[in-house]
Ligand binder design. Structure first.
Ligand code: AP5
Length: 219
């Protein structure tokens, strides 16, 4: 049976950082809705141009557009063993659409880790985030710095800051999370899928706890 894991948490909680580790360890496709939008934006596709008008304001891209994009992504061959979803679903409509999509193939979500981090830590993390445009690896100037400032350890890519990590957009993204995404915590808790992880701990400690919780759900 395929394995589907949904990583839940506010902007800056560490979803992308942890998804890279967990997807690789469990041999699952890592599907980040934000990354797919940013890739489209870079390639100037129609989807990218549309997404930009929402992302620049820190608000969500409409559900129908996002659901269609994820549905197409889940059909790709690298999802044969399942997928780790990072940043999707983000609204109750998206969550129901994902359930229905998986039902079609008799699949279901096996675990929803919720990375819980207080708001002041989120702001500190997002303002210090630097990403490699070549491999997508995520650094933090204090918590997880590269060996040489501004340069990726893996491929020497010149690190960049995200457009939507400006202070005013960050606050908007956090507000949108509380209004539109946080109801999913209860949605998945009621389904018996939610496991809460303390995201304030170190990156390695969070990875370890996530893997333990995910494996417990698989037993
Ligand atoms: P998206 O790209 O999904 O952004 P997000 O959810 O706001 O999350 P982030 O990527 O900002 O944070 P993260 O939790 O991945 O943290 P990270 O690991 O980088 O979405 C962007 C936009 O796209 C949205 O605003 C929306 O417009 C649109 N969008 C995307 N999905 C959508 C959807 N489903 N529906 C509609 N619209 C959608 O870590 C952050 C920093 O902290 C890094 O520097 C990292 O090194 C550091 N760090 C991580 N963990 C730790 C730790 N344990 N200790 C210390 N530092 C840490």
């Amino acid at each position: 049976m395929k394995r589907y894991i949904v990583l839940l948490g506010p902007p800056g909680a560490g979803k992308g950082t942890q998804a890279q580790v967990i997807a690789q360890t469990l041999n699952l496709a890592h599907i980040s809705s934000g990354e797919i939008f940013r890739e489209n934006l870079k390639n100037q596709t129609e989807l990218g141009k549309l997404a930009r008008t929402y992302m620049d304001r820190g608000v969500l891209v409409p559900d129908d557009v996002t659901i269609a994009m994820i549905e197409a992504r889940l059909r790709k061959a690298d999802c044969d063993e399942g997928a780790l979803l990072d940043g999707f679903p983000r609204t109750p409509v998206q969550a129901k659409a994902l359930d229905q999509l998986l039902e079609k193939t008799n699949d279901r979500i096996s675990c929803v880790p919720y990375i819980n981090v207080p708001e002041e830590t989120l702001i500190e993390r997002l303002s210090g985030r630097w990403t490699c445009p070549v491999c997508g690896y995520v650094y933090h100037e204090k918590n997880n710095p590269p060996a040489n400032p501004g340069v990726c350890d893996k491929d020497q890519g010149v690190l960049q800051q995200r457009e939507d990590d400006k202070a005013e957009t960050v606050q908007k993204r956090i507000d949108v999370y509380w209004q539109q995404t946080s109801p999913l915590i209860d949605y998945y808790r009621k389904m018996g899928l939610l496991v809460e992880v303390d995201g304030k701990r170190s990156i390695d400690e969070v990875s370890q706890q996530l893997l333990e919780e995910i494996n417990k759900k698989a037993d």
